[in-house]
Design a protein around this ligand. Sequence first.
Ligand code: AMP
Length: 136
Amino acid sequence: MEKDIFCRIIDGEIPCHKLYEDDDVLAFLDISQVTKGHALVVSKKHFDNFLTTPQEIMHKVMDVAQRIGQVDIKLLGARGVNILANCYPEAGQTVMHFHVHVIPRYGNVNEIEITMKNNSEGLNLPVLAKEIKDNL
Ligand code: AMP
């Protein structure tokens, strides 16, 4: 199977602007800076996405994402941060290798638009909640 782009970065075949590295986690700047400092935190071992990554590794990736977000606020002057993990193409995932976006927000227009529309009409929330709850 062909290596995905993040496996190639991890293996040193493609350069990146590295922010952090340990045995399990690599963080680097996203090549397409949605805002200044937009970072990606990835697991070094290949997993397809957040949902299919073992808990221990997922926790390590999220720890690093949290630390980068804290630096965005303290150092870069961000006033907010979005932490995003797109899972599967329907949710916008384009690189099939577990990664978390850390996107500093400065309050400028044209940064990113995450619009959450209310589509709850016709849904039975008590039944839906029970269905999910009973399967956790
Ligand atoms: P997603 O759409 O959540 O799968 O995000 C994939 C991200 O990977 C995009 O934001 C791309 O800009 C980023 N990306 C793709 N290739 C590279 C690369 N060579 N170095 C850094 N970031 C990359």
